[in-house]
Design a binder for this molecule. Sequence first.
Ligand code: 0A1
Ligand code: ZN
Length: 882
Amino acid sequence: MRTEDPRPIALKDYSEPDFWIDEVHLDVDLAPETAQVRSTLAVRPNASRPGKDSLRLDGEGLELLEVHLNGEKLGPNRYQEDESGLTIMEVPAGAFTLTTVSRCNPAANTALTGLYLAGGIFCTQCEAEGFRRITYMLDRPDVMAVYRTRITAEKALAPVLLANGNCVESGVLEDGRHFAEWHDPYPKPSYLFALVAGDLGCVRDAFTTASGREVDLRIYVEPGNEDRCAYAMDALKRAMAWDEKVFGREYDLDIFMIVAVSAFNMGAMENKGLNIFNDKYILARPDTATDLDFANIEAIVAHEYFHNWTGNRITCRDWFQLCLKEGLTVFRDQEFTADMRSRAVKRIADVRMLRTHQFPEDGGPLAHPVRPDAYIEINNFYTATVYEKGAELVRMIYTLLGAEKFRKGMDLYFTRHDGRAATVEDFLEALSDGSGVDLSQFKRWYHQAGTPEVMASGKWDGAQQEYVLQLSQVCPPTPGQPHKEPLHIPIEIGLLGEDGADLPLSPIGGTAAASGAHVISLTKREQTFRFKNVTAKPVPSLLRGFTAPVKLSSNLGEREWAFLMAHDSDPFNRWEAAQKYASMILTGNIAALSNGKIPRAGTGFAGIVRKILNDPGLEPEFVAQMIVLPAEQTLAQAIGQDVDVEAIHSAREAFRASLAEQLYAEFERAYNENETPGTYSPDAEAAGKRSLRNTCLGYMAATGRADAIALAKNQFDTADNMTDSMAALGVLAHTDCPEREEALRAFHDRWKDDHLVMDKWFALQATSPLPGTLSRVRELMAHPAFSLRNPNKVRALIGSFATANQLRFHESGGEGYRFVAEQVLALDKINPQVAARLLGAFKSWRQFEPVRQAHMRETLERIVSQAELSRDVYEIATKTLG
Ligand code: 0A1
Ligand code: ZN
């Protein structure tokens, strides 16, 4: 813990290390309260930084016992220890070995970084800088070494002993102890090191690679959970085959292991050959996991697996390059999901996610470039900007290059940088060299923060039979970046004729598009694009597929949005038009509500929804997406300032109810027609039907009609899978009805011993719009299944309240803010990473009306004034205040 002026680390200060470390031999003797680590490092001076006679190693929270240089024990006058590391003086001029013996305390490690013991399992988390909490090391990603790890433990306590690579030896020792030795032949940075020890069950399978090598696949879980691993294993095998087919990447070790643990700061971690997962993203059975859980498992298993090439074989030179592995790997997992499921639905889901999480970040006090140029605490930079916007940048490159050239560029990237630590420049250079496409202006996307705003104005010139599209771009200032340069923005467009069909596109001064769609490159602040042979006034469909992460405004009105919602051949833009149309009605209704005027019923909108519900050619999940109204947070963003959360909530609920009244029969019919009888299957088609059915149930219940509530209760009572059960419980828990408490209690009594299902129960109550929600959340903190020490519990109960319950978190007296701040401060002493993340809930504080703004400012100031804050919370709190 430290408060005094934590110093930012800057990209411009990067220099190579003074020494390289080629080999690391670890001998770890595990006991709950003392893990003794003997580490032997093969050190070599870095020829490009000659003449260094002292070696500085990172180390935190360690008890140092011994130091040996080239086998000789050093006296305390030869080294110096402090709170962040160890300096060895007078090291030899050539290569040498350095051995340290130190201890740490896994049981006392509540921060869950380094080596920790949770739920009886010893486990490590080294990204970004956790390895230094296990032993002394040059703990930076450009130092890549070959690791050999020997683990010793009491066999009864830890019958399973795992580390990266292949197991080369194991055996029984005296006094009930045993050992295992692992060797990973691939040089890797310390953040990819992992060790797991405990009583674990194992599910096994195998995969034969394209070149015919057999890979042993294993998923380790708490004993008793073996029957929840089948989907994760299946996803893993599909991911392995997909990476071979789409990117030409084969797995490289003989064994690939996944371990699922219940206490984990993030979703999962790509340690070489030994991925460690938050068990929420591995364990699934139809009765315990929802369709969304299954989809998340598929995506995250694939994401971690894909890191083996984008992250592990080619790693990051420094932490500023985090997007090099994360943005690229997210892009890869998005493409995997698009191929496994529905491309259209996946794009909608990804853009929804980008807009809810990344746009507010980019437009607020925590805005930073996809490649940040300074940080106080790197753990605060695992952000939506680095991950999701990072993926959008790769997607734009893909759009600009086309599939074939993109693959050529990626192939070159893999051959050029395999086995090395690379930078964003290396990546762009490989893609550009491999494809022959100039990406020099494009590079600005990586260092310029903020969401660009693109203004479009289109005109049909009847005399010339031309369509003239004027585009301009601005990017608002962000902290530290008052002025912005124009970006290279790919914009896919189409023109719709009167009948709603795509017109052929003939750009003047460009090449004609083979299909109806065409990608134009906006590179200047203002540009005009012309299309010829346009014989009647068209409706433009702009930014199809959301080809760039920008905010687009245009001179289109409600009529055009309605037209596009009904006809656009681009499914993303069809959805976008529905959102725009609904948003126009809703923002109008919000204003009407505040001015005592009558809100609109939206009969035109309802008419198109009716047609969509009745169109058998549309996939059910797409229909579900088309009819869900913009979320309250999305509406708050659209309004932008002086946001009144109550007006938003009331207007949205009223519009939902009005739509439901107008379309009750259609919703009921779709509800009945989309039943999925027989054995539950998590596949996208069946999941889509459930999604549409449950969306319809939500609408019907929004009317408050007794038969709709009874239908929800009946679904809850009879559901044979968690998706339908949770959907029905969600309806009841968010409605003020007598069935509410009964259903919540029944769910609790059935699942109280299942920690993952209990998280759903916590989250559902924390997101209820009903007035007593905050006191319920406070009460639930005393529930035996809740613990501040477990990140999933914190996220389910407090995180959901703060980030997914706009109405109740922003309670006008500020009590929601004070509650969350109290928890942030308590958590900061336990787990600073999770505390800092929770504090992110305050990032958009300036968009609310003045009374709430004042409460939020006061709350943030109180946090900053605390005597002892972690670097993590200090950085987020001070930057949020601005
Ligand atoms: N690299 C992982 C995410 C991750 C990041 C940091 C962690 O601890 C601070 C843990 C996991 C991924 O992208 O999946
Ligand atoms: Zn990742």
